[in-house]
Design a protein around this ligand. Sequence first.
Ligand code: ADP
Ligand code: ADP
Length: 222
Amino acid sequence: NNIIEVKNVHKSYGSGSAATHALRGIDLKINSGTFNCIVGPSGHGKSTLLQIIGGLDKPTSGQVNVMGEQINALSDQKLANFRSLKLGFVFQFFNLLKGLTVLENIQIPLMFAKIPAKQQEQRAKELLQLVDLSEKAQAKAFELSGGQKQRVAIARALANNPELLLMDEPTGNLDSESEAEVLKIIHELHRNGKTIVMVTHSKEIADQGERIITIKDGMVCE
Ligand code: ADP
Ligand code: ADP
């Protein structure tokens, strides 16, 4: 039961002699419900692979199937819809809208999904409870600590109840205490059936997952 199937994916940035070949023939299958960590040296293609799996970038060639959808073939509009409704993203630097409140940030994907306003607020409050941050509902995003920001980002990623969560160094910018809190939430999500694909620099974190996928020179070497 593969939730992700990547076939012979290449990705180049630029062209001709100046081109960077970020991915060079990636083949990868990921099982539904598993906790996967992508590791490897800096600059070897980890983020590029995650972005392509998440439809934030397109491969130069090859096929990417996510939840039965051939996403490399989708139009930009359909891809944007697919991303917002079916996937949850968590980034190293949170990507929250700083001037909005915590609740408003979590409601953004729900707005996109055209959920009625009243239900948006209800759902956002439930999600905030899940990440243990109810007391910050009305705080502005910029007022939070790094760990709190990342918990809000996780709540936002969960808004439309995606089966698949894509995380790029989610603890890369956190102190060790916040890192532990965020990892605890990620483990809990996995236990509740989510598929996790997480890029990490840390071997200790990668060892906590079920599968380590090593990327070197734009290729998988497991
Ligand atoms: P990692 O996540 O393993 O550090 P990346 O996937 O970020 O590696 O980068 C892989 C290679 O692709 C690097 O050489 C990087 O400089 C290059 N690269 C990544 N994104 C871009 C981009 N938008 N434009 C040009 N080159 C890029
Ligand atoms: P675009 O502006 O390219 O159409 P989107 O509006 O889909 O992109 O998304 C804008 C940003 O918000 C992207 O960085 C995307 O990863 C992020 N995003 C979209 N949907 C969600 C979601 N459900 N949870 C978390 N982040 C999301």
